[in-house]
Ligand binder design. Structure first.
Ligand code: ZN
Ligand code: ZN
Length: 252
């Protein structure tokens, strides 16, 4: 699996982009950052986007992607999400007011995007990937994912204030190669993190104990102003735990 980090922060500045990962050059895991990190030719390769929840930092890039690829759509980009998340993105983003409804705009008889409803706890095929969603704890309905291809499985927490549902997935696959877990705030902001549906580094200790040093844990969703503090907190954790870097490519 090839995982390219388009954006991995919990906020936007000149140097920080929000969440977006490109898998095997053609499937998005989250759509917060898409066009801002890709050439037009790379955007045209995208045929699906798996989205954890309806917050803008996980779907806003899809709006600009749809606009960019509109003229060359050969097949619609599949936006794959739970019913509630798909409905929220349709109602509040692709609604014809905030942005055109690219699910009804057609060219050569094909819409630019389509929604596909994801049933939680069911493995589905997304091209060469197998994907399973599981509920996590956030301020709106949110799912984490197991994402597998023939080389192994990625465990992805999405935005969550509790790692228990993520830890519960560890035994579900035998070829876990990487865990990507959110860590929005430093340890000193644990109360705020909890109230806003997020994690701090010390909460990753338990996951790290379950995974041992065989499976790297990479953190995303750091709030830009706290990146250095989070990095200092992470230094005290055991295991292979580090912050993701924007633009980084991970292969396993
Ligand atoms: Zn969120
Ligand atoms: Zn987020």
């Amino acid at each position: 699996m090839k995982l390219r980090v388009l954006g991995c922060y919990g906020g936007v500045t000149q140097d920080h982009r929000v969440t977006g990962f490109l898998i095997n050059d053609h499937i998005l895991l989250e759509g917060g950052t898409v066009p801002a990190a890709l050439l037009l030719s790379e955007q045209r390769q995208i045929d699906a986007a798996i989205v954890s929840h309806s917050h803008l930092d996980h779907c806003a890039g899809l709006a600009f992607l749809a606009d960019n690829i509109f003229a060359d759509t050969k097949a619609p980009v599949r936006i794959i999400a739970t019913q509630e998340t798909a409905q929220a993105i349709q109602n509040h983003l692709f609604n014809g007011t905030v942005w055109p409804d690219f699910t009804t705009i057609t060219r050569i008889g094909k819409s630019v995007t389509t929604f596909e409803v994801l049933e939680v706890e069911n493995w589905i095929d997304v091209d060469e990937l197998k994907v399973k969603a599981f509920y996590v704890e956030h301020t709106v309905e949110t799912v984490g994912f197991l994402v597998s291809d023939r080389t192994g499985t990625l465990l992805y927490s999405a935005d969550t204030s509790d790692l228990t549902p993520v830890i519960n997935q560890i035994g579900q696959v035998e070829d876990l190669r990487l865990a990507i877990v959110e860590s929005s705030f430093p340890n000193s902001f644990r109360d705020l993190a909890q109230r806003t549906g997020h994690l701090v580094p010390e909460q990753i200790r338990e996951l790290s104990a379950h995974l041992g040093s065989d499976v790297p844990i990479r953190l995303f969703h750091m709030k830009p102003r706290y990146v250095e503090q989070i990095e200092r907190d992470v230094a005290s954790l055991d295991g292979d735990v580090a912050l993701l870097r924007q633009g980084e490519i991970i292969k396993f």
